[in-house]
Write a protein of this length. Structure first.
Length: 239
């Protein structure tokens, strides 16, 4: 069997003094695949995403990204590994309001030399990479690049967040409820744009949402409450 992009084995996690929150026997995501992970409140999805990024460490089991066991890396190395290989689209987008659109998109390249190099090699420069990604995602007005991020509509912010996640061709893009503020037609249009950009970048997509209507658009779909043997009503406080 070929090496998976993500491979979780016998994953267990609990916050200190609390009942087990995650108990996942196995989870794989292959290179180039898109996976819809249904993650309603109480299922442990926020903690799982933190573990995938190396922000937290599991109590047992292993998390491998590109064959690298994250628990074998110290905190600083995990942070570098995360920014080199993973792009995030957050539910609230987490754009820096005092920066311009261009500066927000280019931010990962300031922290990752490898993503900066890949962006420049693919597009000629980091600036051109940002402009190209935004144009492909429907933001074609050059004047928009200089605007502050907090002056944009919700739909525009969503596309800027996607461009920031995709710049520098990370192997993995994780999207955490990025369409929750959009109507149905806009949601599907955005996801199709996201698929196209992930294909062009060679990125796998892990998309976490409670909206089951989107699941059929993806290569695969899984339910985190069914996957997570520790997902019980007592954990309902987990976002």
């Amino acid at each position: 069997m070929s090496q998976a992009l993500i491979e979780l084995t016998d994953l267990g996690f609990a916050w200190p003094g609390q009942a087990p929150l995650l108990d996942i026997p196995a989870l794989r995501l292959e290179a180039g695949e898109s996976l819809f992970l249904k993650g309603p409140s109480g299922s442990g999805k926020t903690t799982l995403l933190g573990l995938l990024g190396g922000v937290q460490m599991p109590d047992r089991g292993s998390i491998r990204l590109l064959g690298q066991d994250l628990s074998e890396l110290k905190q600083g190395a995990r942070d570098r590994f995360r920014v080199d290989h993973t792009g995030y689209i957050f539910q609230q987008f987490n754009l820096l309001p005092f920066l311009s659109v261009r500066e927000n998109v280019e931010l990962p390249c300031r922290f990752s030399r490898s993503r900066a190099q890949r962006a420049a090699e693919r597009h000629g420069s980091i600036d051109q990479a940002a402009a190209s990604l935004l144009a492909h995602l429907g933001l074609k007005d050059p004047a928009l690049l200089a605007r502050r991020a907090d002056s944009l509509s919700i739909g525009q912010q969503q596309r800027v967040a996607a461009a920031r996640a995709l710049i520098g061709q990370p192997e993995l893009v994780i999207a955490d409820e990025p369409t929750s503020a959009l109507d149905a037609d806009t949601r599907e249009a955005f996801i199709r744009l996201l698929f196209a950009e992930c294909r062009d970048a060679g990125s796998s997509l892990l998309f976490v949402s409670h909206d089951q209507s989107l699941a059929t658009l993806f290569d695969h779909q899984l339910s985190l409450p069914e996957l997570n043997r520790a997902a019980l009503p007592a954990n309902a406080q987990e976002a």
